[in-house]
Write a protein that binds this ligand. Sequence first.
Ligand code: NAD
Length: 293
Amino acid sequence: MLVLDGKIAAAAVKELLKTKTEQLAAQGKRKPHLAAILVGNNGASETYVASKVKNCEETGFASTLIRLADTIDEASLLSTIHELNSNPNIDGILVQLPLPKQISEQKVIEAIDPLKDVDGFHPINVGKLVQGLSTFIPATPYGIILMLEHYQIETKGKHAIVIGRSNIVGRPMSILLSSNLKQGNCTVTICHSHTPNLKELCLQADIIVAALGKPGFVTADMVKPSAVVIDVGITRVEDSTAKKGFRIKGDVAYEEVATKASAITPVPGGVGLMTIAGLLKNTMHAYEQRANG
Ligand code: NAD
């Protein structure tokens, strides 16, 4: 059984980006620059954004973190986004989700310049993804594709099951895996909370991507021998024995599924790290697209 190690695969992506950034510096050019907006102080969001900023630094990118109070109104947030849209030194903009109730996430997503939309959530970029055009691929599915590429997992002709149909993970994942790409060309079944025969479907899958947010949901009896299992889930589960009072759990019962799978991602240390690699790739793509446009 192969452990699909996010640390190793993400380091390989970051190393290539770092080399590119050093070449830009040697040519006297500026660095790619990511701006991240964090609204409020949700613990998980703080952790994700801090990690994104740290990874930018490690890759040689510039980053700007804009922190806004959770009481901020929608108009003020939109105005901050418009300023970043028109700032020529900013290549990528991300607004960490979720947002407080008074703010429409859809309006925020649509306010970001599609050319700076490094999360790939803008409808224009989603449309391009569906049509197989060059675009920003949402970071988590992109990271999974990069992981499959790094470990040279064959996908062509395989049956993939994606559990979860969210706009940020499940749906774009299903589009990518079914696209005519090297790490695509699967026959994809997308499952959700109204899928009645999930276990039977999973047992037919060569590749399972679990993105539903239910710790330990995918058990060994749902997995065909030698399947590839990708665990996207990140749930904080209370644990008084843990230093922080919680542990991060994935959607797959790792210990038992690992005995059946041919390859599996751990949580933590798997898809989460690849998500950041996807984001960094998108930021470089934004930089290059803007520099050449
Ligand atoms: P979401 O809540 O938006 O969507 C969950 C999906 O799961 C829904 O489409 C729902 O229909 C489906 N679902 C729920 N219960 C189900 C069931 N019993 N059977 C089948 N389908 C079911 O979640 P999301 O934003 O897509 O995130 C999913 C998980 O991935 C969460 O744990 C989240 O924290 C994690 N996540 C991780 C990363 C990462 O970088 N590793 C990034 C984004 C999200």
